[in-house]
Ligand binder design. Sequence first.
Ligand SMILES: Nc1ncnc2c1ncn2[C@@H]1O[C@H](COP(=O)(O)OP(=O)(O)OP(=O)(O)O)[C@@H](O)[C@H]1O
Ligand SMILES: O=C(O)c1ccc[n+]([C@@H]2O[C@H](COP(=O)([O-])O)[C@@H](O)[C@H]2O)c1
Length: 217
Amino acid sequence: MIATGLLGGSFNPAHRGHRAISLNAIDALGLDELWWLVSPGNPLKPAKGMAPLSARLAAAQRMARRSPIRATAIEAELGTRYTVDTLKKLIRRYPNRRFIWIMGADNLAQLPRWRDWRGIARLMPIAVVARPGYNGRTHAVQAMGWLRRFVRPTGQKLHWTDWRPPALVFLRFSPDVRSATAIRQADPRWFERLEGRAPRDPITRSRRGISERKGPA
Ligand SMILES: Nc1ncnc2c1ncn2[C@@H]1O[C@H](COP(=O)(O)OP(=O)(O)OP(=O)(O)O)[C@@H](O)[C@H]1O
Ligand SMILES: O=C(O)c1ccc[n+]([C@@H]2O[C@H](COP(=O)([O-])O)[C@@H](O)[C@H]2O)c1
């Protein structure tokens, strides 16, 4: 059984905050790997202002270098866009892996707008990472009305592979204020710097990237 964390995101672009929370989550949850699922397009975000997938993947792969983080475009390969569909396919495709969905507290706040969000919680445990400006535990977070009963003590986080979902655990690392929004505000055309260096075919790369035998490229 390979303990694998999944961090889905637009990664527009990937930043040191993603890397920091991922490395901390690997440590806190005892993960063998953590996959970044660079989204072909968040169903709730406008396409305008979204850099091409190939550029976002290339930047994410660079940000993930020399770590157990694997930046992938596996949703483009699977043909999925909604998280519930992606997770169902990953569970079927990788029976020797145990997955946990990881997200920042800002995403917990908007979770009720995701397709079949309770279905997502029934598929695998969820870890919510504290993020400055968002308090995931509060009553104001609508999703907690239903999820509260499934919260596990943070002290038991290393046992997540034994949990039967729904199961939710809160993780708090040293607060990281970095965001892709701030990077885009400073440099809206950030992806143009990558031109010529982006992988031509992000889908093929990601397929090679998650080979069970060889391990990621
Ligand atoms: N600094 C951070 N602290 C905690 N979680 C974070 C942080 N940055 C990103 N995340 C989480 O990483 C995942 C992917 O994030 P995303 O690619 O949307 O980056 P972002 O910085 O939130 O982007 P944007 O500012 O464009 O919304 C999400 O679950 C998000 O909550
Ligand atoms: O499945 C949905 O309905 C859904 C709606 C909004 C966001 N998501 C996923 O949430 C993850 C975080 O997205 P983002 O853009 O906030 O980085 C990413 O994997 C998206 O595909 C999923």
